[in-house]
Design a protein around this ligand. Sequence first.
Ligand code: CTP
Length: 404
Amino acid sequence: MASILLGVTGGIAAYKACEVLRLFDKAGHRVRVVMTRMATEFVGPLTFETLSKGAVLTDAQPLGENGSILHIDYADQADIFVIAPCTANVIAKLAQGMADDALSTTALAFTGPVLIAPAMNVNMWNSASVRENLDILRTRGVHVVEPSSGDLACGWVGEGRLAEPAEVVSAALKVLDPYKDLARLRVLVSAGPTQEKIDPVRYIANRSSGKMGYALAEAARDRGASVTLVSGPVALSKPDGVSVVNVESATQMKRAMEEALDNADVVIMSAAVADYRVETAAEHKIKKGRETMQISLVRNDDILAALGQSKRADQVLIGFAAETHDVVAYGQDKLKRKKADLFVANDVSRPDIGFSSDENEVHLLFADGRVVKIDKAPKRRIADAILDAAKELHRLNAAAKLSA
Ligand code: CTP
């Protein structure tokens, strides 16, 4: 997860900055917003406050909670400063190092990468002053997402229209590319429920949506890992750039995980595996007849425990504990029994987190006894916290193996 500082300046395209913010948020990044006075005339700060779930820095609001100086806080905490749309006036101010309002002051205080997406009238865009100012900024390493061509709000046709929000966001994420901290890691993730067949049209399953496992796979991919996702039946679309193995039953999932184990550095069992399967699935659809019926179930193998037995010392094994009470205690017990390096324990009795929800709140339970609470956050952010722990554990396991 990166921390994005989004600067919004006063042009008609200011409303498109809402979509830029939304796309960053959807990709799991934290966004803080700073606006010029003119920008607030186009879109109210409340819109950005609501979308970013945080205070918006404007000329009218220089101080944050506890009297902190917001422009310094925001500048210090950001990984990238994205200004979209960026007016000719702000381009000039950035080029000259002026600091006469909240946005330009923040820009001066910011030491990381800056990306601007200009939007203006075609003649302004082609003017010598804008060209020269942009040259100055480019020489200083500022990234520029060029405007596109088309009908402009001012009535002219030509270059000057703000680039598409998706283009701005992907350019910014590319700038952050060096943060591909998992580039050498191979991550194997299981996700979703399993389906245990009763007859050709019926099965036993559970409420797992697969969202947590898919978020893990996508976050690992975005951080540069090569990812294999073993997925039970879910309603989610296949993530790009991830090798997906689709399975239905726990038996199939076990086989797929065992086959992929050798080529993995980190293995995450986030799937909700059925503990039992139907002893003998009927070949034909079962017809109703008697008032009551019984289905005989037999235990499935525990996939995580089996992986715990056969894994190499340098491999990191992570399990999930879905509990309705005594979350940490049950999780710690499972961690020991299944010989995992880390357990992610969550409370599935809470309707606001867990199954089907987009958010989660978990405890990370380490084999050395450490318990780290990760506050309620989108699953993508929880995924990043789990991957941070996995990276650290892999470094430790690999070092221990070398010195053994
Ligand atoms: N798990 C597994 N194979 C199974 C059952 C569970 O690999 N047959 C894994 C899950 O993917 C999860 C962890 O074990 O990572 C814990 O699953 P959970 O169902 O919470 O634990 P159980 O050991 O099945 O305990 P119980 O259902 O009794 O709480």
